[in-house]
Design a protein around this ligand. Structure first.
Ligand code: AMP
Ligand code: MN
Ligand code: MN
Length: 376
């Protein structure tokens, strides 16, 4: 991944995937707060095809900035929140989030923003059609928890130990001295439960303390859980059934740790009139297979491109494999996008999953995980 080197933004760091990189420096938090409190216009952006952590964190901060900017209802600061999907559509499962009124299509984001802040974006290309604007932003704050993030901002608030970007968003809101209302808490809680898999992948005291604080604002966790996981169109059940019916188990792959995979072709869901996002939860079923450490789901978008989700139970570093294929993520949850046939993509994956060489070509056991966070 190349690093944006926009003129006049010497703060952008060189690429580094060192998972031992420590938490955010105090001076970077202070610089971010200074920039956000001094700007006349603030652009917020999260990654394409946003998940609960990306959109929830962004809308929480957007609402906090609005509360800070106009406590008496007098608009002084312009706030533009967006993501670079074409067409621009909020995924149906996230339409319950408070603050959607702050969203604008990517065309509404200025060409060269004075100040931009990104949420859960592991590399600049994950901004889709907003990538160019981020490169041209005078000040670019990157709020993220992916170990693979090269630090493409002028201010990098990146903590790979954070269970979700929402954890960092909560800290930022606290530093902005804004009270966490139930509306703000809904976005943060959505990010937290999405990326911890409902406190299964990351169940630390810190995560539970944050959840408790958010619940104290009066949000309804059961209603949020229902929106996120227990409310699907009937057609999804048929798509899931077809995808699971085609699943393949290859116990010898992934250096003997086992691979289970399937594909959700466009035709499969279009037959039921369903959008791309309906394929997202399929990986959560597939990865339950106890015979395989690695689970892969290939999801075909309307434009024919394949978006691939990879999960590992801990033996194989799928983050490294996905980075090698132009994507990103974490050691136990990662993804990439690619054109081509299912056969070809799976062949490339099998080779990398069993390879004893890492993405940089250095010898090293691909099957051994680093200490980085396995959260999404
Ligand atoms: P998903 O499988 O979409 O839930 O994503 C799992 C993890 O992989 C998340 O941390 C994503 O940010 C990351 N990821 C997924 N797809 C891509 C991609 N095309 N490029 C970079 N990172 C990705
Ligand atoms: Mn995400
Ligand atoms: Mn995340």
């Amino acid at each position: 991944m190349t690093t944006a080197a926009a003129p006049g933004t010497g703060g952008r760091r060189a690429a580094s995937t060192d998972p031992s990189r420590s938490a955010v420096r105090q001076e970077d938090w202070a610089r971010a707060v200074r920039a956000l409190t001094g700007a006349g216009e603030i652009c917020l952006a999260c990654h394409v095809r946003p998940d609960g952590d990306a959109l929830g964190s962004m809308l929480a901060v957007a609402q906090a900035l609005r509360a800070r900017a106009c406590p008496a209802g007098v608009a002084g600061v312009r706030i533009v929140a967006s993501f670079g999907d074409q067409p621009f559509e909020v995924p149906a499962v996230l339409r319950f989030l408070p603050g959607l009124d702050l969203l604008s299509p990517p065309e509404a984001v200025p060409d060269s923003p004075e100040l931009m802040i990104t949420f859960d974006v592991s590399s600049v290309d994950r901004l889709g059609s907003l990538a160019g604007r981020a490169r041209r932003a005078r000040e670019l704050i990157v709020l993220d928890h992916h170990a693979s993030n090269p630090g493409f901002g002028t201010v990098n608030l990146i903590d790979p130990a954070a269970a979700a970007t929402a954890v960092l968003a909560a800290k930022l809101i606290e530093l902005l001295d804004v009270e966490i209302t139930a509306e703000i808490a809904s976005g943060l809680y959505t990010g937290l439960v999405t990326d911890t898999g409902s406190f299964r992948f990351s169940a630390t005291p810190q995560v539970h303390r944050m959840a408790a604080r958010l619940l104290e604002t009066g949000i309804d966790p059961q209603a949020i859980a229902r929106e996120l996981w227990d409310s699907v169109p009937f057609g999804y059940l048929l798509v899931l059934s077809a995808a699971l019916g085609r699943a393949v188990l290859e116990p010898a792959e992934a250096a003997g740790h086992g691979l289970v995979w399937t594909a959700v072709a466009r035709d499969l869901r279009v037959a039921h009139g369903l959008p791309f996002e309906v394929a997202e939860p399929v990986i959560d079923e597939l990865r339950r297979s106890e015979e395989a450490d690695v689970a892969i789901v290939l999801k075909e978008a309307d434009d024919g491109q394949w978006h691939v989700s990879a999960r590992s139970k801990g033996q194989v570093d799928v983050g490294r494999v996905c980075v090698a294929l132009g994507g990103g993520g974490h050691s136990q949850a990662a993804g990439f996008s690619m054109r081509g046939s299912v056969t070809d993509i799976m062949a490339r994956l099998r080779e990398l999953l069993s390879s004893r060489r890492d993405a940089s070509g250095l010898a090293g056991p691909a099957g051994v995980l680093t200490a980085e966070s396995g959260a999404r």
